[in-house]
Design a protein around this ligand. Structure first.
Ligand code: PHE
Length: 354
């Protein structure tokens, strides 16, 4: 008994007078609540603890509140103060523990299970023109064509001369080409951005003797007026096949099979007579997909002068060559009606073409 602390009250039970510690239930409550909070491991467990100790309806706090009413007049302030104290402490601890559990649960979710199969990160997507190029490469690979690369900056020999385009030919007009004013070849000749991928035919035949079966895909540059179907930079796929008996019928078959493999079985191919200095005969190639014909490029049988320029004997070999506009196929495939959209880098547009 510690008289004078305001903590002990006298309770009369039957004929006996007992001293009772009126604050003990508060101590017990505090001890039990803090222990329960400390041992809760999850948000759900903590919620159970909250309901038990702080719940408005049946929580143990309600029982304590009733004790305030039972305390005698002089003890009541001390009991009320203790009530507020334990409520604050328990509420605070509960909040602290809830924060810690939340952090732990978040960390657990991020934990890496190395035994799960991997998901590749989404790092962006390939540009529709790149997708088309990749498909072209793949298809031509199946037809037995090797993919070769060529430079985008060219000299006049590869862009014109060896392709049987003489010095006074209008195709060499500076207004129709991007000559580089500040650059010269090692022998002092002009340098230009290639206007066609046919340059790669020459580079390949210079290095390799027949038979040849190559494609080359890449950018070409022409100072055209830009509109829905023209851009001053676009992509071509060049093809070249040289052997003892290469024929125009093979060229037509190859292009038909290629177009069908790319766009579907009902695609038709049409040749119209045309002229290119490096092929004879030359044709314009049209493709019909749906109801309208569309020009997709040029082609023909390699001109004997081109063979001579690279040291091949035109009496020994024949060959076909073709140059297709890659954007044309890409536009048809994705149903895009304006070539400029491919180069505006609008992700809202590009992300739809996957
Ligand atoms: N180089 C021609 C062009 O760009 C296309 C072509 C290639 C034509 C090969 C015939 C043979 O228009």
């Amino acid at each position: 008994m510690r008289p004078g602390t305001g903590r002990w009250i006298v309770v009369v039970a039957g004929s006996e007078a007992l001293f009772m510690d009126i604050l003990k239930p508060f101590d017990d409550y505090e001890t039990a609540a803090l222990a329960a909070i400390a041992s809760a491991q999850t948000a759900a467990e903590l919620e159970q603890v909250r309901i038990e100790f702080l719940g408005q309806k049946k929580g143990r706090l309600r029982e304590l509140q009733a004790l305030i009413g039972q305390a005698a007049g002089e003890e009541r302030p001390a009991v009320g103060r203790r009530f507020n104290e334990v409520r604050t402490v328990v509420t605070q601890r509960l909040q602290e523990r809830a924060d810690a559990v939340a952090v732990q649960e978040a960390a657990d979710q991020e934990r890496f299970d190395v035994t799960l199969p991997g998901t590749p990160p989404r790092l962006g997507a390939l540009h529709p023109v790149t997708q088309t190029i990749n498909r072209f490469r793949d298809l031509m690979g199946r037809f037995g064509f090797e993919v070769v690369e060529g430079p985008e900056l060219e000299d006049e020999r590869h862009n014109f001369e060896a392709l049987n385009i003489p010095p006074d030919h209008p195709a060499r007009d500076p207004l129709d080409n991007f000559y580089i004013a500040t650059a010269r070849t090692t022998s002092g000749g002009p340098v230009l951005l290639r206007s066609q991928t046919s340059t790669v035919q020459i580079r390949t035949m210079e290095k390799q003797s027949p038979p040849v079966r190559i494609v080359s895909l890449g950018r070409v540059y022409r100072p055209d007026t830009i509109d829905r179907t023209h851009s001053c930079m676009f992509h071509q796929m060049e093809g070249l096949m040289v052997d003892r008996n290469v024929t125009m019928a093979q060229l037509k078959t190859l292009l038909t099979l290629f177009a069908r493999a790319f766009l579907g079985p009902d695609v038709k191919i049409r040749f119209r007579p045309s002229f290119f200095p490096f092929t004879e005969p030359s044709v314009e190639v049209d493709m019909k997909w749906g109801d309208s014909w569309m020009e997709i490029g040029g082609a023909g049988m390699v001109d004997p002068n081109v063979f001579r320029a690279v040291g091949y004997d035109p009496e020994e070999v024949t060959g076909f060559a073709f140059g297709l506009g890659i954007e044309r196929f890409c536009m048809k495939h994705f149903e895009v009606d304006d070539i400029r959209r491919f180069y505006e880098n609008d992700v809202r547009f590009l992300s739809q073409l996957q």
